[in-house]
Design a protein around this ligand. Structure first.
Ligand SMILES: *Cc1c(COP(=O)(O)O)cnc(C)c1O
Length: 428
């Protein structure tokens, strides 16, 4: 039975999720039934601007016709072979994505957390077999307030009590330093580099509330890692694929007009690059770890894998999704609209008592609400935004992330700013 057959209302559908689903999320009270470009529609047909883009998975816009075309063509041909056999899509995709991002090799997985786990495994094995760390002693440095996913190992180095509480015992071998603190990284590397295999970092911390580090933090961290023979691992699952105005956030503010050429003066080349989310345009779970041969060669048959990783459907979808980003110059649009958005919001912040600041890069932005982290104000603003036709979600209590699909027009963005200003104005 489909929704259309039974005409279930939004209230009915929320009730079903509540009764039969685990309560591991606290969704905004809106039930989405259709999406197209920058818009989503609820079960009653009301239209909304999507200002979350499924946590930046839908950068190319909802149901992009080219990506859906690739999906349906491949779905009618071959979907899953397992890696017990070769398939006619995987090698072509692997050549495409490695050339696209400039690495020797890729290891394909499905979800972001799986790709992070993969990077951790490769990094540890590299630490023992290439760097010569005594077996069992490899450490990976991470940052406070990180978000890298939800597996037991990943939450073992989370600083969020909800993510971590009562899920122990935890995986050892991780040590946190404060984000954006280059001195702290230098100190630990100078003391303990012999047993440190990698440094895992988000170039902008999205889930934590869109924390943009100092311009030189990422390049300096990469340089320190190089000096100490430590792998610099960039988690670009949320910041990558044009979201912040360049193909990757590690590209900095480089001005490539289409496919990023990764200019040496702005580009920090990670030893390992982790991608997910928008690599498939939100159409299918696809993730990847990219690195060079001297690192990837530590992995041999039987040591890592996934039934669905690298399946033909994923390969066809991801290739088309990346092509769309290049052809539609989404990094250029994200950079331009990001400036328009922050300029307008800054003017609003200057005269508002409700919002204290706006920050971000490209179309990954956030505003901070002038209230405590445990207050309901940001949530109530998001509910009011929903009433006014725009969907966003608070992160960490008093912060609201604004991340629309990158296919938005400037006119649409101004209309969205009107909605945001009008709605927050009601809370003043
Ligand atoms: C979303 C996200 C992940 C986890 O991806 P899933 O597909 O939800 O497992 C990891 N790192 C970052 C930076 C993310 O934004």
């Amino acid at each position: 039975m489909t929704t259309q057959d039974t005409k279930l209302s939004s209230a009915d559908l929320m009730q079903l999720e509540n009764e039969y689903g685990a309560h591991n999320y606290h969704p905004l009270p809106v039930v989405l039934a259709r999406g197209e470009g920058v818009f989503v529609y609820d079960a009653e047909g009301k239209k909304y601007y999507d200002f979350l883009s499924s946590y930046s998975a839908v950068n190319q816009g909802h149901c992009h016709p080219r990506i859906i075309g690739a999906l349906t063509r491949q779905a009618e041909t071959l979907t899953l072979t397992s890696r017990a056999f070769y398939n006619d899509q995987l090698g072509v995709y692997e050549k495409y994505i490695t050339e696209f991002f400039g690495f020797d090799k890729v290891l394909p997985m499905n979800t972001g957390a799986e790709a992070v786990e993969t990077a951790i495994k490769i990094c540890r094995k590299w630490g023992y077999e290439k760097k010569g760390i005594p077996n069992g002693e490899a450490k990976i440095i991470v940052c406070g307030h990180n978000f890298h996913g939800r597996t037991v190992t990943i939450i073992s180095f989370s600083s969020d009590p909800d993510a971590k509480g009562h899920f122990g015992p935890y995986t050892p071998g991780f040590q946190a330093i404060p984000y954006n603190d280059i001195a702290a990284l230098q100190e630990i590397l100078e003391k303990e580099a012999d047993t440190i295999a990698g440094f895992l970092v988000e170039p902008i911390q999205g889930e934590a509330g869109v924390f943009v580090p100092d311009e030189d933090f990422i390049p300096q961290a990469a340089a320190l890692c190089k000096e100490h023979n430590v792998l610099f691992i960039a988690d670009e699952i949320q910041t990558g694929i044009a979201r912040t105005g360049a193909m990757l956030r590690v590209c900095g503010d480089c001005n490539c007009q289409s496919k990023c050429e990764r200019q040496a003066d702005t580009y920090t080349r990670p030893d390992m690059l982790i991608l997910g989310k928008a690599i498939s345009g939100g159409v299918y779970p696809v993730s990847a770890v990219l690195c060079d041969n001297h690192i990837m060669e530590v992995i041999h048959p039987g040591q890592h894998g996934s039934t669905f990783g690298g399946n033909p459907l994923a390969c066809a979808v991801a290739t088309e999704a990346l092509e769309v980003v290049v052809d539609e110059k989404l990094m250029v649009n994200a950079r331009h609209l990001g400036k328009v958005f922050r300029t307008r919001m800054q003017k609003f912040v200057d005269k508002s008592d409700v919002v204290t600041l706006v920050r971000g890069k490209g179309l990954l932005n956030a505003i901070v609400i002038n209230d405590t982290e445990d207050s309901k104000t940001a949530w109530n603003i998001c509910v009011a935004l929903k009433e006014n036709g725009l969907l966003a979600k608070p992160t960490h209590g008093n912060i609201i992330r604004f991340a629309p699909p990158l296919v938005m027009t400037e006119e649409q963005l101004h209309e969205c700013c009107d909605i945001i200003e009008k709605t927050i104005g009601q809370f003043g």
